[in-house]
Design a protein around this ligand. Sequence first.
Ligand code: C5P
Length: 302
Amino acid sequence: MTLTIEAPAKINLHLQVGKLRSDGYHDLLSLMHLVDLSDRVSLRTEGKRGTVELEGDFDCLKKDNLLYKAASAYLRERQKRIPNAPPAPGLTISCLKRIPAGGGLGGGSSDAAALLKLLERFFGAFPERGGLDEIALSLGSDVPFFLHTGAEIAQGRGEVLEPVEPLPAYPLVLVFPSWRISTPDAYAAIDRFRLEKADHPRFLSPGQLREAYRRPVAQWPFFNDFTSPVLLQFPESRDLLLRLQDQEALYSQMSGSGSTFFGLFGEEKTALWAFERLKSMGYRCHLGKMLARPYDPVYNGR
Ligand code: C5P
């Protein structure tokens, strides 16, 4: 038996970072939206009972891989919630990567959430609700988002989610610079930037965010608090942002803690034009669209 699912990337249309909390996380107010660039995660029943295998090339130890962690956490939770459940068969997981790692697009988190969906489809839902969300949050702050709808306002450390109407399928260009920054380093850079520059964070309330989201895209007052510290650290990105703005994007911004930048366009031909121009300047890009809903798992093979 093989189960497969597309695991889409997200962009942050707005990302406001609050104070550092005593648990080491920052409070957020973010508007996350799925986009059509996706990885493909597959789950096969194969191998020795109770074992979890990863197929493919991974750049870390198996025990540190988020897919492996997700499967192990799921099986532990299943054991706890359904003590008399029949033993799990051997599971083999594979992942076709298309979303650049460390690009602020939530690729690894989306893969983990996608695998949780496959496991739930295979084993059946837990008797009580909420189990998957708890496992998802134990894997990372933005994993729960990928279990939900296509567009959500996120608060807390990213796990307090409220669905909002997804956007129509606006044409989109994603641009992938070659630099990378780790998530903890990016948060530390914000704290440092605010201290050094005596920079007072801009602020939207959740109500203002909801109201602003209903305005035409070109009138959004949204921002990303990671952008200024990142532009300071990687000045070449300032050029990229200016170039995206030059291409008649309705809205352009960096996603998450970087390094991906995105532009939303009013028409496919303007997006295609921007995509071609940016590619000819040497940037690696994706031409696609906003995605309203996550994908469903599909059975294939035996
Ligand atoms: O939850 P996740 O594993 O993605 O977080 C990685 C790191 O990013 C955390 O250890 C923390 O340093 C930082 N982080 C944060 N505030 C958040 C989310 C993440 O400071 N809301």
